[in-house]
Design a protein around this ligand. Structure first.
Ligand SMILES: *[C@@H]1O[C@H](CO)[C@@H](O)[C@H](O)[C@H]1NC(C)=O
Ligand SMILES: *[C@@H]1O[C@H](CO)[C@@H](O)[C@H](O)[C@H]1NC(C)=O
Ligand SMILES: *[C@@H]1O[C@H](CO)[C@@H](O)[C@H](O)[C@H]1NC(C)=O
Ligand SMILES: *[C@@H]1O[C@H](CO)[C@@H](O)[C@H](O)[C@H]1NC(C)=O
Ligand SMILES: *[C@@H]1O[C@H](CO)[C@@H](O)[C@H](O)[C@H]1NC(C)=O
Ligand SMILES: *[C@@H]1O[C@H](CO)[C@@H](O)[C@H](O)[C@H]1NC(C)=O
Ligand SMILES: *[C@@H]1O[C@H](CO)[C@@H](O)[C@H](O)[C@H]1NC(C)=O
Ligand SMILES: *[C@@H]1O[C@H](CO)[C@@H](O)[C@H](O)[C@H]1NC(C)=O
Length: 310
């Protein structure tokens, strides 16, 4: 995944997307269904203006340049929420077609066109979209075909197989393929992505092995210091290089990391009813204030104005 400064980098949760996007121009009263309805209608149709599949030379499932493949995965997950909460079928066929077109031959969101650039983090955004489809009971492929849950598990399984104990005491590398720049970096979003998928798969399937995986990933993030459980402030940092055995941490903070960890902790609390995960959910929500300036969310690490505090 490459980092762009666009608002779409914040799509790790649709809530964060709504906040970052809405602050530009759209009025929203979160106590009014009509207001939410109008705002999300505007955003969803605006987002789909960038869809490439309908356009000459376009590819199904992809958005126009400069939007990357992973961002498309994030966008489809958000569009499923729009379909579900606003009960609007306008884009249902496009979402369905896109999620199936990009599965790759092995049904794990590793399509051949992406192999030169695909990282664990890229893959997980499509896995999250498939998970979203399963949870929302979005129209499944025909019975004999791979179902949404199967696709989400395909992403989880391939990521879990890449767990690398040889350096840093564990963790996923950013890149899947050795030849890609970033193979020597263990970034938080890849690992938090695995943590997040594990939490949702546990809740959806009732299989506790997924909880064990999420615990393992969380502990590793905390042990390396990529996640910092401070006295009052809990933060999530960007990543660390294997050349120092992950002892040197890049301390940039991104909204999608905190968004994925907050929601992952909440899914785990919902499934396990273990108060530890409730506490973590609340602590990370508190820590997310680094991204707020007078209640307005912004990407503190790359947007110039704001009250960013390290
Ligand atoms: C459904 O969503 C589309 C795209 O946002 C919008 O143009 C259309 O008005 C919506 N339909 C209804 C009934 O709200
Ligand atoms: C892969 O790229 C080719 C050439 O641009 C395109 O025709 C095809 O639809 C793409 N497939 C996927 C799954 O993106
Ligand atoms: C899911 O959707 C199918 C039809 O697409 C329906 O038959 C089924 O009852 C739904 N399940 C739930 C739990 O809503
Ligand atoms: C790398 O870090 C892990 C986890 O802290 C530790 O177990 C391991 O011994 C370290 N390896 C080296 C070569 O320092
Ligand atoms: C539970 O999930 C694990 C991890 O994916 C898998 O190996 C195991 O077969 C699953 N167990 C059941 C009963 O489905
Ligand atoms: C996280 O690490 C800190 C020390 O760095 C430790 O005090 C805390 O108990 C750890 N949390 C978990 C859940 O292991
Ligand atoms: C888990 O979520 C469901 C709704 O999806 C809710 O009814 C239930 O109360 C939640 N459980 C906990 C412990 O929060
Ligand atoms: C917060 O945002 C306002 C504009 O709304 C800006 O003037 C101010 O500089 C920001 N605060 C900080 C600390 O950057």
């Amino acid at each position: 995944m490459k980092v762009t400064t666009s608002a779409i980098t914040s799509i790790s949760t649709s809530i964060l997307l709504l906040f970052t996007t809405l602050t530009n121009a759209i009025d929203l009263d979160i106590t009014s269904f009509d207001s939410i309805y109008a705002a999300t209608r505007l955003i969803s149709s605006g987002l789909m203006d960038y869809y490439w599949g309908y356009k000459p030379g376009g590819t199904i499932g992809m958005f126009t340049n400069p939007y990357y493949w992973w961002e498309a995965g994030g966008a489809w997950g958000t569009m499923i929420d729009y379909w579900y909460f606003m009960q609007n079928d306008t884009y249902a066929d496009v979402i369905y077609e896109s999620l199936l077109y990009q599965t790759g031959d092995d049904y794990n969101y590793m399509p051949l066109n992406q192999t030169t650039t695909e990282g664990n983090d890229d893959q997980v955004f499509w896995g999250i979209a498939a998970m979203q489809a399963a949870e929302r009971n979005f129209t499944n492929p025909p019975e004999k075909k791979e179902q949404w849950l199967y696709l989400a598990q395909g992403v989880f399984n391939t990521m879990a197989w890449r767990w690398d104990d040889d350096t840093c005491g564990g963790g996923l590398r950013w890149q899947i393929f050795r030849w890609n720049a970033g193979y020597d970096y263990k970034n938080s979003v890849s690992n938090i992505g695995l943590f997040h998928m594990g939490a949702r798969l546990a809740r959806f399937t009732g299989n506790d092995s997924y909880v064990d995986w999420s615990e393992k990933v969380y502990d590793w993030l905390n042990d390396t210091g990529l996640v910092s459980e401070g006295e009052d402030w809990w933060f999530v940092y960007d990543g660390a290089g294997v050349e120092t055995n992950c002892t040197t941490i890049s301390k940039l903070q991104w909204t999608y990391n905190v968004g994925l960890i907050i929601s992952g902790c909440a899914y785990l609390y919902n499934y396990t009813e273990d108060e530890r995960w409730l506490e973590k959910t609340e602590k990370f929500i508190h820590g997310a204030q680094v991204f707020l300036n007078h209640s307005v969310a912004y990407e503190a690490a790359c947007q110039p104005s704001g009250n960013y505090q390290s």
